[in-house]
Design a protein around this ligand. Structure first.
Ligand code: DX5
Ligand code: ZN
Length: 219
């Protein structure tokens, strides 16, 4: 069975003490650090770019999972990978030449991911399923942390899990948005491998304890 990867999203972390917040999730056993990159164009929020990701790179040895919620992501692939991103995920809705973009991410030495917004069907990825390293199922509409989990995401995860099994594809399935103690088991049973969690960890009064609790739920 594929690993169950816990990827805390720092979107709702205390940016005034980011290195310390990352330490807290590391102590709790986090596997990756999920960085939400937003440009205020593709999504109605702005976060940070390669410059801050480079600083995050210096403060952790964990793999960095860069979720690019930006217009024209092709223009910044090299910068994010040179800044230290290990996984780079672009949005299907935003990339015209998806096969070329995924190939470029891999040629630049990172793992290539593609994200599907809640309204985007799995069928749009049919031709790139053999190529892609990770598929991110958005279980909220992108742009903000702390939103409510969209239940239809579970069927999408199960569909991707069946396609992977039937065709022996290698991609990881990732979920992102509204994940908490109440739904993580169901999402895991549907076939998800990587779990992005923001508010349920960073808004908890003990970040390390919350991380440990999620790791236990995934074991
Ligand atoms: C939303 C981001 C998610 C978000 C998850 O656009 O992609 O990573 O930060 O945060 P929670 O777990 O708070 O929904
Ligand atoms: Zn994200």
């Amino acid at each position: 069975m594929k690993d169950k990867i816990l990827a805390p999203s720092i979107l709702t972390a205390d940016f005034g003490n980011l290195a310390q917040q990352i330490r807290y999730v590391e102590l709790g056993g986090a596997n990756w650090i999920h960085c939400d990159i937003m440009d205020g164009q593709f999504v109605p929020n702005i976060t940070f770019g390669p410059f801050v990701l480079k600083a995050i790179r210096k403060s952790t040895k964990l793999p960095i999972d860069a979720h690019l919620m930006i217009k024209s992501p092709d223009n910044l692939l090299e910068e994010f990978i040179n800044a230290g991103a290990n996984y780079v995920t672009v949005h299907q809705e935003e990339v015209v030449h998806l096969h070329r973009t995924l190939t470029k991410i891999k040629e630049l030495g990172a793992k290539a991911g593609v994200a599907l917004n809640p309204a985007t069907p799995v069928s749009t990825l049919k031709e790139v399923l053999p190529l892609v390293d990770m598929i991110l199922v958005m279980s909220v509409n992108p742009g903000f942390g702390g939103q409510k989990f969209i239940e239809s995401s579970i069927a999408k995860i199960a569909e991707l899990d069946s396609l992977r099994a039937e065709n022996n594809y290698h991609y990881l399935i990732q979920v992102d948005g509204g994940i908490g103690m109440d739904n993580i088991k169901r999402v895991s049973e549907a076939g998800c491998n990587s779990f992005v969690i923001g508010n349920s960890i960073f808004k908890h009064d003990n970040i390390t304890a919350a991380t440990v609790e999620f790791k236990n739920l995934l074991s």
